[in-house]
Design a protein around this ligand. Sequence first.
Ligand SMILES: Nc1ncnc2c1ncn2[C@@H]1O[C@H](COP(=O)(O)OP(=O)(O)OP(=O)(O)O)[C@@H](O)[C@H]1O
Ligand SMILES: [Mg+2]
Length: 439
Amino acid sequence: MAYKKANILIVDDDYDMLELIQRQLQEQNFHAYKAASVVEAISILKYSSINLLITDLKMPEVNGIELLKYVKDHYPKLPKLVITGFPSLDGALQAMKSGALDYLTKPFTKEELKKAITKSLPSSLQQSKTQAKRTESISYAGIIGNSEPMEKLIDLIERVKNNRATVLIQGESGTGKELIARAIHYKGSFAAQPFIAVNCGGIPEDLLESELFGYKKGAFTGANENRQGFFQAAAGGTIFLDEIGNAPLNVQTRLLRVLQEKEVRRVGEQKSEKIEVRIVAATNSNLYKMVKSGKFREDLYYRLNVVNIETPSLRDHKSDIPLLAENFLRKYGSEYGKRVKLTEKATDLLQRYNWPGNVRELENIIQRAIILSDNEITTDQLPEHLKYSISTTNTPLKSLLETEKDYIKQVLAHTNQNKSKAAEILQIDRKTLRNKLKD
Ligand SMILES: Nc1ncnc2c1ncn2[C@@H]1O[C@H](COP(=O)(O)OP(=O)(O)OP(=O)(O)O)[C@@H](O)[C@H]1O
Ligand SMILES: [Mg+2]
C-alpha cells in the first residue's frame, strides 16, 4: 500500500497535552501514538515503526533527555522534536547535543507545530493530499466499505496490526467494533496465537477478576484447582476487552497493573507471571466523560488509549450502504436459499434513513426483508419506521393534522383503499376513520 502517512510518537506526562497534540496531528492527517512516560515510549518504539518522535523534556522518573539519548543510540535515523514547558537555555543546549533537530516551547500554535514537523520529517513522508486508494477487494477481514472514513479505519488497522500497542476502539453500538478488534488480530503477525474476547459487562462483578487473571487452588471456596484466566489464555496473542466501560473499579486497578508491569497475578497468588499480550479494548460509552465523572480511572484510560480508533456511525458513511446491503443480501440469501435483489426505491430509502443502530440495524433489516420477499425487496418489505423518519427529516415540517392526513392517505394506498384494513393498521375504529376522511 502506498500510504505516505507518517507515524508520530508523542511523549509527555501531561495527558491534556498528549490529547491536544494528537488532535492537531490528526487534523494534519498524521497518525499519532501517545506515551505518558519514557518507559512506555520505548516499548512503542520497539513494536511500531515510528517516523518522528515528539517529546517533552521534564518528566518524572526518566526524563526526555534520557529518551533522546536512547533514541540516538538505538534509532539514530529517527528525527526528534523537543517540546517543553520550561524553556531554559540549558535544556535546549542539552537537547541539541543529544541530536534533537528542533525545539518548541509550550504553549505553541498549531502552525508552529506544523512548521516544526515539516522541518523534522523527511520529505518522502510529508503529507500528500492525494492519498492512495485501497485497491484490494472491498472486504477487509469482513469489514465492508470503501468510503473515506472506512479507508481511514482500515489504514489504521494496517498500522497497528503487527505491534503490541494497546488499542482503544470507541464508537456507537453496531458500528463494527468487535469486527475491527478481530481484524487487528487476524490480519496481524500474531494471528496464529489466540484471540480471546471478554465481555467485561457480561461477567458478574465478583467473578470478573478470577475469570480475567485466573486463581490459585484454595483462593476461595470452590477453587479446587489452579486455573488460568483469560489473560494467560491469550498469551502471545490478543485479549479483547469488550465493554471496558463496564469494568468495575477494582478490576480497573488490576488492569492498570497489567498494563504497567506487563504481568498478571492470579487471585490468591503471591507471585506475578510475566505476560506478553496485546490488549484491544472497546466501548460504546464515552470513556472520557466517565473519567471526568470519576467512573473510570483516568490513568487506565490513558494507558488503554495509546492508539485510538473511532468507528464512524453509518450515517457518516452512507455511501457504503449499497455495498453493505449487497453483502448482507448475499450472506442471508445463501443462508435462506434465495437470490434476492433490492429495488432502486428500496435502496434509495435505505440511503435516506438515519441508522441509529448503524450496520447492525442494516444487517437485521436486510435479513428480515429477505425472509419476507421472493426475489425482490421493495419498500414494502422494509420496516415502516424507515419511511416515517424520512417524511419528517427530508420535507418541511408539517402540522400534526396535516401529517395525520398524509399518513392516513399513505395507509389507504397501502391497503388499496380498503378502509377496514386501514382502520386496523391505524388502530382506530372505522367510524373514526370515516369522520377523519370527511374532515
Ligand atoms: N463495516 C462493516 N462491514 C460488514 N459488517 C459489519 C461492518 N460493521 C459492522 N458489521 C456487522 O454488524 C454487526 C455488529 O458489529 P459489531 O458487533 O462488531 O458492533 P459493535 O460496534 O461491537 O456493537 P456493540 O457496541 O453494540 O457491541 C456484526 O454482525 C458485524 O459483522
Ligand atoms: Mg460489540
